[in-house]
Design a protein around this ligand. Structure first.
Ligand SMILES: [Zn+2]
Length: 98
């Protein structure tokens, strides 16, 4: 602690809407929960210090990804169906022209 006041009363949290805390050390535990540590820069002495631990919202990406894969598979299946139709038509056309 650079300031004698900070040594006595502790660091001073940043004040004002233009100030930010810093998120560091994001980790994911075995359950998928994200943890991080919040750091602040002391308004008085400028030292960066640990304020609190935080739990971050977990994004449920899996259903979204599965939904997208399902959509892609449906589109691929439709494309394959159209390819079969096109091959069938072109095969009939070839047979007619021979
Ligand atoms: Zn301080």
């Amino acid at each position: 602690m650079n300031s004698p006041v900070c040594r006595i009363v502790g660091h001073k949290l940043p004040q004002g809407s233009d100030k930010y805390l810093e998120l560091r050390d994001v980790k994911i535990d075995g359950t998928g929960q994200k943890h991080a540590r919040l750091f602040a820069k002391c308004e008085r002495c400028g030292e960066s210090y640990h304020v609190a631990n935080v739990l971050l919202p977990t994004q449920k990406l899996q259903p979204d990804i599965e939904g997208k894969f399902s959509q892609i598979n449906t589109i691929l299946w439709e494309v394959q169906e159209h390819m079969r139709e096109i091959k069938g038509i072109s095969g009939r056309l070839e047979a007619q022209t021979e």
